[in-house]
Design a protein around this ligand. Structure first.
Ligand code: NAD
Length: 482
């Protein structure tokens, strides 16, 4: 029987009020493998009532007790690693090996990190010229609306849920309707960990129905959104008139810069990963590769030789490097950009055509191989618009200033990678690139304490570590006269 994914409200799994469900399609097979609640405003209202009722007790629960519950959730994610990784692989089309080693362990780390962070916070105090004494109370804000995308479903949702509830808020989470399964399993974990009813509520459904109802609800005063830039604008527009506190983590078109003095072996291996991990469907993937001219040809030759060995296959097979694209629409988008790139003068150095189905099970799946496009003008659409798939461009450059200009000449500013052995250059370039994260000689290295987020059209606000604890709390100054 097909699994039905209901909502999770007030500690119970409940049917959507309208009784409707959407097909949840497995990208690797193109077939419906579960049904997900197609909720609406009334379901959000129900979740708000539960979250509102739970807030007084949860916000007054001692940090040490909240911490214990979150740590239990982290332990249960670890215990269920294999089950969660399989669910995530089926839901998203990503290789099971990636879900097992990256997404799910990072989701557990998110809970563990914020569970312990709240035990070590400090409150600021300021003495004012012998006249007064000020201290800052950081209090939970109430109900947080947490909206996440499909590419790293549990990892990104837990990145929001963990800090929001750790500091004493209650939450209404909305996973992407394309990938709801791990959020459903997380609700089972929350119950087993004895998270009090109503602290975490999950309402499934589409963006226009559920996401918009969350952003529009006057009692949801904090919104943390991760997704595309176009949707981010809608969220910002809906939230602004109500003066909600909003964090937006949006799209990217990240530059990956290889200087001629780089350790080329490391730069090539790192670039293959940053180009194609999760089929290129990570907001942080380096989709524009710039290579200094003296090593350009060698880089392209060696990069394409190594990347062409990546095995596109059934995500559930252990030897698969590249799984399926998340859905048909996304696959069509990828193909559109490959065609556009050629119209814009680009040449396909590798990939470019949908491969044969990896096996009978995946006959109708959405597969596309790692694809490299060269010889494109820097300022064309393919080089400026987010594709969010396994398609990258490689472009030569002649000097530092030129490549910094290229790097910054897009509307986005999420992340970047710089490969060089010249320390002075690394600092110089890092300072000049307009992006929220600059990795030097690495990619996707994560430290949960650092601020994370984008500049320009890649977002507003920062998540991660102290930033997240601050985002989900309201600072209140108490000024006491002497
Ligand atoms: P999306 O914007 O289509 O959807 C994201 C979420 O928003 C989904 O849950 C969706 O249902 C919901 N939504 C849609 N319309 C809405 C509305 N009007 N109001 C409120 N919510 C609405 O994005 P996607 O296709 O799921 O994800 C891919 C995008 O996410 C890419 O652009 C990628 O770069 C970005 N992303 C960014 C980060 C980051 O940290 N900056 C991380 C991962 C993905």
């Amino acid at each position: 029987m097909t699994t039905r994914i209901p909502n999770f409200i007030n500690g119970e799994f409940v049917e959507p009020i309208g009784g409707n469900y959407l097909d949840n399609i497995e990208p690797a097979t193109g077939k419906t493998y579960s049904l997900v609640a197609d909720s609406g405003k009334e379901d959000v209202d129900l979740a708000v009532s539960a979250a509102e009722a739970a807030f007084p007790n949860w916000s007054r629960t001692p940090a040490a007790d909240r911490s214990k519950i979150l740590l239990r959730m982290a332990d249960l994610i670890d215990r269920d690693l294999e089950k969660l990784a399989r669910a995530e692989s089926i839901d998203t089309g990503k290789p099971l090996t990636l879900a097992r080693t990256l997404d799910i362990p990072r989701a557990a780390s998110n809970f563990r990190f914020f569970a312990t962070a709240i035990l070590h916070t400090e409150n600021e105090a300021h003495v004012t010229d012998g006249v007064a004494f000020n201290y800052t109370l950081r209090q939970p804000r109430g109900i947080a609306g947490l909206i996440s995308p499909w590419n790293l479903p549990l990892y990104l949702l837990s990145w929001k849920i963990a800090p929001a509830i750790a500091v004493g808020n209650t939450a209404i989470a909305k996973p992407s309707e394309l990938t709801p399964m791990t959020a459903f399993l997380l609700c089972e974990i929350a119950r087993e960990a004895s998270l009090p009813n109503g602290v975490l509520n999950v309402v499934h459904g589409t963006g226009p129905n559920v996401g918009a109802a969350i952003t529009a609800h006057p009692k949801i005063t904090t919104i943390s959104f991760t997704g595309g830039t176009v949707t981010g604008k809608k969220v910002a527009e809906a939230a602004a008139p109500m003066f909600k506190k909003v964090s937006l983590e949006l799209g990217g078109k990240n530059p990956n810069i290889i200087f001629a003095d780089a350790d080329l072996n490391a730069a090539i291996a790192g670039s293959v990963r940053s180009s194609f991990a999760n089929q290129g469907q990570i907001c942080l993937c380096g989709s524009r590769v710039f290579v200094e001219r003296p090593v350009y040809k060698e880089f392209v030759d060696r990069f394409t030789r190594i990347a062409s060995r990546l095995k596109v296959g059934d995500p559930l097979e252990e030897t698969t490097d590249q799984g399926a694209i998340v859905n048909k629409a996304q696959l069509e988008k990828v193909k559109f950009y490959v065609d556009l790139a050629q119209k814009e003068g680009g040449k396909i150095a590798m990939g470019g055509k949908a491969p044969d189905a990896p096996n009978e099970r995946c006959r109708d799946g959405y597969f596309f191989p790692p694809t490299v496009i060269v010889d494109l003008p820097v300022a064309c659409r393919t080089n400026r618009e987010e594709i969010f798939g396994p398609v990258i461009t490689i472009t030569p450059f002649d000097n530092e200033d030129e490549v910094i200009g290229y790097a910054n000449d897009v509307e986005y500013g999420l992340s970047s990678s710089v490969w060089t052995q010249n320390l002075g250059r690394a600092h110089r370039v890092a300072e000049k690139i307009n992006a929220g994260t600059v990795w030097v000689n690495c990619w996707l290295v994560r430290d949960l304490r650092v601020p994370f987020g984008g500049m320009k059209a890649s977002g507003v606000g920062r998540e991660g570590g102290e930033e997240a604890l601050r985002f989900f709390t309201e600072p209140k100054n108490v000024c006491i006269a002497k």
